[in-house]
Design a binder for this molecule. Structure first.
Ligand SMILES: *Cc1c(COP(=O)(O)O)cnc(C)c1O
Length: 387
């Protein structure tokens, strides 16, 4: 054989002869081509009858492991992984709607998801109506003859209102509508979506499940009734999640309960402390008795995570707000959350319907795994900047 050929085949025997190493954390397996043993296997693959992965887009082993782990955690029937949380939302809407449908979206749903409905889904003849951020049984009045799906997020992004999930899933069941819940804030550890009657649960794995601010991934988990339809959609779309990202997410998932407990305790400590400060208006944390939907949280959730917001008693000027945020030493200024480092964002959040917080700046804190005493000292020092 010539050098080029020898180079291509060098080490082949070793790979074929050696058994894969047994490791605690499964090794990353990257692939486009998956090699078949025999031509007959290729024939099976051509017919869709081959039992294992047939190609890089056919859910490589780590993706399958991640999906199985999330499915177990969510308590659903089938899970599929997506390149990001927003991709999970978008593809859920594409999978379960068709031209002529009307869907309902809660006003505090993740903004880019609502934006997708308005900018893209509308072009394919699916209309989205907005329902209240704290929607409950009265949502039934918004259902039209062609309404097919309700997109929920509780607590919702940035303003943290809760929907009455039991009331809404009860109505949806009775009227034959699908309910989709973005369950990223609580994670399946603190809210079991399928026990509450939800049909489809979405996780931005990017957040707590991965937990280290270095991965973008999403998952969608569905009931048995929707499994075949969603699996078929996923295959047609040739979607997949990158092996390295699945590996990092799986690694993060192992420590989720320990991390989340600490996020929960630290965030509660900081939130309660903030409530007592002169300069703070409202603290928007579902586990505080002062939260308007606190009773819903008590009824449906098993815990709270590390993301919450607060307003100032006196609305700060843009300069004062910048001074406060820039004075924070331990909080990174940036999007996303769920990692070990504390983060801060701030803004006024536009809503389609009247909002409790119209015209009010909300500072959103993602409480990381630092010692909460240091975080409070940091926040206190930055507050002093407000004058
Ligand atoms: C961040 C987020 C998403 C999107 O997740 P990405 O992985 O960043 O695309 C979706 N829903 C909620 C509630 C989020 O916070």
């Amino acid at each position: 054989m010539h050098p080029a050929t020898r180079l291509i085949h060098a080490g082949d025997d070793l790979e074929a002869g050696g058994r894969p190493l047994r490791t605690v954390n499964p090794a990353v397996c990257r692939a486009s081509t998956v090699l078949f043993e025999r031509y007959e296997d290729l024939v099976l693959a051509n017919d869709g009858q081959f039992p294992g992965p047939t190609y890089g887009t056919d859910r490589l082993p780590l993706q399958r492991s991640l999906e199985a782990a999330v499915r177990e955690l969510e308590g659903g029937h089938l899970t599929r992984a997506f390149p990001s949380g927003i991709s999970a939302i978008i593809n859920t809407l594409l999978a379960f709607t068709q031209a002529g449908d009307h869907i309902l979206v809660c006003d505090n749903a993740y903004g880019p998801g609502t934006h997708f409905c308005q900018e893209i889904l509308a072009r394919f003849g699916v209309k989205a109506g907005i329902v209240a951020s704290n929607a409950g049984a009265e949502l039934e009045a918004s259902i039209r003859p062609n309404t097919t799906l309700i997109l929920l997020e509780s607590p919702g992004s940035n303003t943290f209102e809760l929907q009455d999930l039991r009331a809404i899933t009860g109505i949806a069941r009775r009227r034959g509508l699908l309910t989709v819940l973005d369950n990223t804030w609580a994670t399946p550890l603190y809210l079991q979506p399928f026990a509450l009657g939800v049909d489809i649960s979405i996780q931005s794995v990017t957040k707590y499940l991965s937990g280290h601010s270095d991965v973008l991934l999403g998952t969608v988990t569905v009931t048995e009734a929707l499994a075949a339809r969603f699996d078929a959609f996923y295959r047609v779309m040739e979607l997949f999640a990158a092996p390295e990202d699945c590996s990092l997410a799986l690694r993060g998932l192992r420590t989720l309960p320990v991390r989340l407990r600490q996020h929960e305790q630290s965030a509660l400590e900081v939130a309660r402390w903030l409530e007592g400060l002169e300069r703070v208006g409202q603290v928007l944390h579902p586990a505080l008795p002062s939260h308007p939907e606190h009773q819903l949280w008590r009824r449906d959730f098993q815990g709270s995570s590390g993301l919450f917001g607060f307003t100032f008693r006196e609305e700060p000027s843009p300069g004062q707000l910048a001074g406060f945020i820039n004075a924070l030493r331990l909080f990174g200024i940036g999007y996303s959350w769920g990692g070990f480092k504390s983060l801060v964002t701030a803004g006024q959040y536009r809503r389609a319907l009247p909002s409790r917080y119209a015209g009010r700046t909300i500072v959103r804190l993602a409480i990381g795994l630092e010692d909460p005493r240091d975080l409070m000292a940091d926040l206190g020092a930055a507050m002093a900047q407000l004058g």
